[in-house]
Design a protein around this ligand. Structure first.
Ligand code: ADP
Length: 573
């Protein structure tokens, strides 16, 4: 990973490098150009001033004198001076013997001087064997070209002067570059140091240390950044404290809950278990273990397995030694976790048992005196006058009601008992339903009601406890007759392959919607006065439900006030 410092520093380095190259290039170019131009101008001026000395000698063709003068001048100005005639022949030269020199008519500076009035050239000199700067000017006598004067200097000298200047420029540039780099270094440090400090503090914060703060003694955006960073840490610290407080509160509530509470992850591992649950399973370290390692109850395990696989919420009653619990399993809304709660219902169970025992005892105690009263009432009824008969009839009605209640209570108690005796046989549904109908024949006639039975011909028999199923049919048909004033009752038996469906449909007074859920409860009657008139006990449907459940079936009801009711039994084959 490249650090910000190295990036910024490398950036500066590049800029300084490019600036230096540009400065050097332009400085040298300008310097070079200026120096060359000045030299040419100087040599031009020199040519101009010399040609007046050459004219008389040229007029007289006194080339010896000319050569002598050229030599003297050349030595005094440390330059080479040459005088050439219009044909290119060298007449005089300050450095070499003109007689040994070749014709100069092809030299570019000579050609230019004759053609344009001045000729310049930087080139290698075959005469001197060195690089030279030449400036040549025509010499005119009476406006007629008489020759060319040429002054040249060695480029060696020129280069020496230039390289001396370059050296100085390089020194200055080098100092500037070093200074720029030092400044760049400190400047980069000024940016990266606060960033490094912020990184250090962020790491401390992520490790849970909120004590460090970013303080920058400067007055720019970095100081603002540091201040915002400090504010952010402060806010985070406060929010974390709040969250911790809330968490502690929730943990306190959970651990002081009387109910056993267990939270499982999607795989079924314990994520949370409160104190009551740990006591219940006698394990103080359940976290991370699978539920089936801790819970030895196969029904609870089945319940949890089902919710894990299908998400279906459910609850069951379980017994552990002498304690009873309701165990409910729920899926938590926000994720795939499962919440399992264990409500201790031991006390409620005990009370329920006391109530049941009491009811059974009372019912037993009441049965004999009630039977005796009933017998004596029949005797009295035969021996009294008609005036008093109506009073006896009222007492007989109420006695019958009491006897019904007592026998229904005893029936329920026996159904709720721990060891229920189920005598399962092949039941012929048709004959059972018809014999039940037969026992109601008289009442049906009295009320002018019809009762039709329709049985799917594919149904032959059904496995169940015949006596108990008869009680179911009696109770449902009895209710249908009781609560129907006109019309009729229909019983349908339908073959659903895995189930047999029984429908008991009447055209009676119906049941209000609000009562539908409760009519199967023990002693629940929709309208007390109505039920009492019909000698109802509020126990019939409770008995029916118990028997249906003993057959692993289900009973449901649909009803509309003043239109009728439909009770549906679904019994597995
Ligand atoms: P009861 O002995 O009072 O009839 P049940 O347990 O048999 O007690 O029925 C409970 C209540 O349900 C009754 O009080 C009655 O109001 C209502 N009920 C039951 N069956 C019918 C029906 N076929 N039509 C209308 N109401 C009914």
């Amino acid at each position: 990973m490249k650090s910000i410092f190295s990036r910024i520093f490398a950036g500066y380095l590049l800029v300084v490098f490019m600036l230096t190259i540009t400065v050097v290039y332009f400085t040298f170019n300008t310097l070079n150009g200026n120096y060359l131009k000045t030299s040419i101008d100087n040599l031009t001026a020199l040519n101009n001033s010399m040609k007046f000395q050459f004219i008389p000698m040229l007029k007289d063709s006194n080339y010896k004198e000319l050569n002598h003068t050229v030599r003297l001048l050349g030595e005094s100005i440390n330059a080479r001076i040459t005088c050439i005639d219009i044909n290119g022949k060298v007449l005089a030269d300050s450095k070499l013997n003109p007689a040994t020199m070749v014709n100069h008519s092809d030299r570019p500076e000579i050609i230019d001087a004759i053609a344009k009035g001045r000729g310049t050239a930087v080139r290698y000199s075959y005469s001197t064997g060195k690089n030279m700067l030449y400036v040549a000017m025509p010499i005119k006598i009476d406006s007629k070209l008489a020759g060319v004067s040429r002054v040249s200097i060695y480029m060696d000298d020129y280069d020496k002067i230039l390289s001396g200047m370059e050296g100085k420029i390089f020194h200055v540039l080098l100092i500037m570059v070093i200074l720029s780099l030092i400044i760049a270094y400190f400047f980069s440090q000024g940016i990266t140091r606060p960033i490094k400090k912020l990184i250090l503090i962020s790491k401390a914060v992520s490790n849970g240390n909120y004590l460090l703060r970013a303080k920058f003694n400067r007055n720019d955006e970095i100081r603002t950044l540091g201040d915002s960073f400090n504010d952010m840490i402060g806010n985070m610290e406060r929010q974390l404290e709040d969250i911790q407080m809330q968490k502690d509160k929730v943990n306190n509530i959970i651990s002081s809950l009387q109910q056993g509470l267990l939270v499982l992850d999607a795989e079924g591992r314990v994520a949370l278990a409160n104190n009551s649950f740990q006591v219940l399973i006698e394990n103080r370290n359940p976290i991370g273990k699978f539920y089936w390692e801790l819970l030895k109850d196969k029904n609870v395990n089945k319940l949890i397995k089902r919710i894990l696989e299908t998400g279906e919420r459910n609850s069951i009653e379980i017994q552990r030694m002498n304690e009873y619990f309701i165990c409910t399993a729920n899926k938590l809304d926000n994720n795939n976790e499962i919440l399992v709660l264990f409500y201790d219902i031991t006390e409620i169970k005990k009370l329920e048992n006391v109530k049941k025992d009491f009811l059974v005892n009372v019912s037993h105690e009441l049965r004999t005196p009630l039977t005796v009263i009933k017998g004596y009432l029949e005797t009295i009824d035969e021996n009294i006058d008609d005036n008093n008969k109506k009073y006896v009839s009222i007492i007989q009605n109420h006695t019958n009601r009491l006897i019904n209640i007592v026998s229904d209570l005893l029936a329920i108690s026996s159904l709720e008992g721990k060891s229920i005796n189920m005598e399962v046989t092949d039941i012929n549904i048709e004959s059972l339903l018809h014999s039940t109908k037969f026992s109601f024949e008289q009442r049906l006639k009295e009320k002018g009601l019809s009762l039709s039975i329709n049985i799917d011909p594919t149904i032959e028999s059904f496995k169940g406890d015949e006596f108990k199923m008869e009680q179911v049919f009696i109770n449902l048909i009895d209710n249908a007759i009781k609560y129907t004033e006109s019309g009729g009752i229909v019983v349908n038996v339908i073959n659903q392959q895995s189930h047999i469906k029984f429908e008991f449909i009447d055209t009676g007074i119906g049941i209000p919607e609000g009562d539908l859920d409760r009519i199967f409860e023990r002693l629940y009657t929709v309208d007390k006065s109505r039920s009492r008139q019909m000698a109802g006990t509020g126990l019939g449907l409770s008995i029916v439900k118990h028997i249906v459940m003993l057959h692993n079936g289900k009973i449901t009801v649909e009803s509309e006030l003043n239109k009728g009711s439909k009770f549906t039994l679904l019994l597995p084959v």
